[in-house]
Design a protein around this ligand. Structure first.
Ligand SMILES: N[C@@H](CCC(=O)N[C@@H](CS)C(=O)NCC(=O)O)C(=O)O
Length: 215
């Protein structure tokens, strides 16, 4: 049963990237439907496809699943063999908690450092709340990598890595300094074929969303 994943711009749509990555890792056969964000036609286009009026949204097996985390959970249930959550219970609990923390928080990072995958060399001074978000994320990553031994947060790639993939792009775009283990993790993520493909598609896009061009 083939699915359709409706996403936004590759360059800017961080929530789309999360769901798309999990979908790729799950082994789901799906086609992509891209809706350009911030256009006059977006509201009408998305309303016909997504109950929340937001992307990503997955249509699969006569079901509609919206919201990146719900899509990730749906795919983890449907494709257990893809091991989208860690097998170890303690790691799984932490991976789920971190994914929820990313999904519901880090609002300063999300607003002050918008995902802009194709941009590099950007600089954002940011305020104390941005510094706090970065400090919390780097601490959480360090702790996960210390316990798992890497190369991904919980050893093998899982949903938590997908949830933080846009942050990996952000840290690269805005040159956030990282210690060795975090730099290694970022390098590993950016070298993944899926992230390379997403990045190439972002570079091929022509739309510019001025509000997300920061630094
Ligand atoms: N909580 C949602 C957030 C989705 C979201 O905010 N998507 C943005 C694109 S990255 C969107 O659809 N924006 C369109 C708009 O606000 O009009 C999720 O996790 O999927």
């Amino acid at each position: 049963m083939k699915g359709t994943l409706i996403i936004g711009n590759y360059n800017y749509s961080s929530w789309s990237l999360r769901a798309w990555l999990v979908a790729r890792w799950s082994g789901l056969e799906f086609e992509e439907q891209r809706l350009a964000l911030d256009t006059d036609q977006f509201p009408d286009e998305v309303q016909a496809l997504s109950p929340s009026g937001l992307v990503p949204v997955l249509h699969h097996d006569e079901k509609i699943v919206w919201d990146s985390l719900a899509i990730a959970e749906y795919l983890a249930e449907r494709f257990p063999q893809a091991r989208l959550w860690p097998a170890d219970e303690t790691m799984r609990v932490t991976a789920r908690s971190l994914s929820a923390e990313m999904h519901g928080g880090f609002t300063s990072l999300r607003s002050q450092m918008p995902m802009n995958c194709r941009a590099s060399g950007r600089k954002v001074k940011g305020d104390a709340t941005l510094a706090r978000d970065i400090q919390r994320i780097t601490l959480a990553w360090s702790e996960a990598l210390r316990i798992s031994g890497g190369p991904c947060l919980f050893g093998a790639r899982c949903i938590a890595d997908a949830m933080f993939a846009p942050v990996v792009f952000r840290f690269a775009t805005y040159g956030v300094p990282l210690d060795d283990s975090l730099a290694e993790y970022s390098k590993h993520m950016l070298a993944m074929p899926e992230l390379q493909l997403w990045h190439a598609r972002a570079c091929a896009e022509v739309e510019v969303i001025e509000t997300d061009e920061v630094g």
